[in-house]
Design a protein around this ligand. Structure first.
Ligand code: DCP
Ligand code: MG
Length: 363
């Protein structure tokens, strides 16, 4: 097995930061009268008849069982007196940019992975205590300047740093030094590994694998027959020896749009018109960012919440709305089975790394 740490070098120290109840916290910062209240960001609940889902909610709302991606109608049932607010995306994008600017100011390689989370490679600091001091300063700066709290994980790998940042949310700071790496990971349920969702968890359970310790010890050949070659990376993660780098240039990974119909529908014209509108909208986003994509994914959620997605990778990068629209319609035809549709979505990904902004910078 590859040695964990290359001889003669210090261990890597990766910092993962994730903002606490991000959209809700931004709203509570802007409107102090909301502090301490259950606040839900998402679709209009319409007194329990609303459609669409919860984007996020404050920790006070989580005490009632409300969670991200839950139908808004269910959130209303759980806590009818919560404050329900529609998302204000431009405001969250601005808050995100402010957070990233604070992180960037420290001069370490930074990889933003979503609107409210990022990795920093702070190995240059040399020791975990020094990295812990930095993490405390970052938390203080974000709180003082933006009035927002975050949770931070420090660990020798990206995956462990990400798992660690989640352990003591909200407001947590969790440090996993190399000697504690395996004892930290081993008792955790496999679901804690980013990318292991309900389905993989069920397959692993069936195989008798419940904890990360079980996964690390499992016969790799059997794992490969179930999960293919990704089983190797999975077992490396379980053993705490994943070595992926903090990739500075990765910014936006995908752009997406989705919408919930006011009434579930099987009207093909309406569905096609909505797909056109979503494709137009998402392509506008692409051109605003001067990006070209290669992968188009269409998502259909049927009545009853069964969700189907299908993706296609195009032979060339494109930013052309007509190409994206044609591909989206073709994917939609493949997955639409005539049942009533609740939600329709489109995602564009696999961006060209040589985008227009970089070309301009290069000349
Ligand atoms: N988000 C969303 N829909 C989801 C999940 C998240 O719109 N299904 C948005 C709202 C969140 C933001 O992305 O505020 C960041 O996602 P997180 O998963 O980090 O969730 P939060 O920051 O809200 O809460 P936590 O404190 O658990 O990180
Ligand atoms: Mg968050």
């Amino acid at each position: 097995m590859e040695p964990d740490i290359v001889q003669g070098t210090s261990p890597r120290i990766i910092l993962h930061l994730d903002m606490d109840s991000f959209y809700a916290s931004v709203e509570m910062q802007d409107r102090p009268e909301l502090r301490g209240k259950p606040v839900v960001i998402g679709a209009d609940p319409k007194q329990g008849k609303g459609r669409g889902v919860v984007a996020t909610c404050s920790y006070e709302a989580r005490a009632f069982g409300i969670r991200s991606a839950m139908p808004i109608s269910q959130a209303f049932v759980l806590c009818p007196h919560a404050v329900f607010l529609p998302p204000d995306f431009p405001r969250y994008v601005k808050a995100s940019a402010d957070v990233m600017a604070i992180l960037k100011a420290h001069g370490f390689p930074l990889q933003q992975v979503s609107i409210d989370e990022a990795f920093l490679d702070v190995s240059r600091l040399g020791t975990f205590p020094a990295a812990t001091d930095l993490a405390v300063r970052i938390k203080d700066t974000i709180l003082t300047h933006l009035g927002l709290t975050c949770s931070i994980g420090l660990a020798p790998t990206k995956v462990v740093a990400k798992i660690a940042s989640d352990v003591h949310k909200p407001g947590g700071l969790t440090v996993v030094e190399p000697e504690n790496l395996f004892s930290f990971l081993a008792p955790m349920p496999v679901r804690k590994i980013p990318g292991i969702g309900k389905k993989s968890e069920a397959v692993l359970f069936e195989m008798g694998i419940r904890t990360i310790r079980d996964l690390a010890a499992y016969d790799i050949q059997v794992l490969i027959t179930r999960f293919g070659r990704s089983a190797i990376a999975l077992q490396d993660i379980a053993a705490g020896i994943e070595r992926s780098e903090v990739e500075e240039r990765e910014g936006v990974k995908s752009v997406s749009r989705e919408t919930t119909f006011t009434d579930d529908t099987d009207d093909e014209h309406l569905i096609a018109a909505m797909m056109d509108a979503l494709a137009e909208d998402v392509c506008r986003n692409l051109s605003d960012e001067s990006l070209h994509c290669r992968t188009v994914t269409v998502k259909v959620r049927y009545q009853g919440f069964v969700t189907k997605t299908k993706a296609r990778t195009l032979p060339h990068y494109t930013g052309d709305t007509a190409t994206v629209r044609t591909c989206a319609h073709s994917l939609l035809r493949d997955i639409f089975d005539g049942r009533k549709i609740r939600l329709l979505g489109i995602r564009l990904s696999s961006f060209d790394t040589c985008d227009a902004r970089q070309m301009t910078l290069g000349v």
